[in-house]
Design a protein around this ligand. Sequence first.
Ligand SMILES: [Zn+2]
Length: 212
Amino acid sequence: MASIVNIGRRVELVPIDTHFKDITLALYRQQLHARTVYRVHTYSRLDGVPDRIQAVMKSMCILGGMQEISDGLLCFPCGARHEAACRRVFLEACKYPSDAPVEPRPLQILDKKSQLTISVESVGNGIYNVSSNGEGRSATRRVAAIAGGLKKLGEMNTDAENSDDSINFSCGHSHDALVGLLLVRAPNVRVILRQEEASASRGVLSAPSQQT
Ligand SMILES: [Zn+2]
């Protein structure tokens, strides 16, 4: 008989894991002493489920710079919540088959819209500076837009003095892998947030009782 444990509050859901028998995977958040911890969970009892959960957790550690602390729990090294970012790490991790190689994303992308190379540099204390290989007003505007995208996706803050190109995590820690992961989405942040609102309103976030 399964023991009933408090697994916390569900914060994200993958209704159909196409890489493993179409099971439903969910991300739960709970507080453990001073730290916010996350658990990948499914109600499925199919053979191989624990291995799939373990593979998703391992991918989250690589893609998001998270760490497994104990008993299937993940957290960021700083212990802060970073919930929006963690949800994205979970969604990305679920896109990989269990045996696929997973690597952290670089802190540099080619922005398709401007054809500029956008770089993000960690300068310590959780502060990141965004820059491009271009010059002029349009490059400055594009850098500001992408810094704004990162800020939204990562629930980051802007620096009062360099508000266009400098953003920071309030925990004061660096999260390079996480920033690399968010950077891929940052140029299209508006489209992404709109899609997510649409899918949420279509009822993709079904109740646990409807999960298999
Ligand atoms: Zn942090």
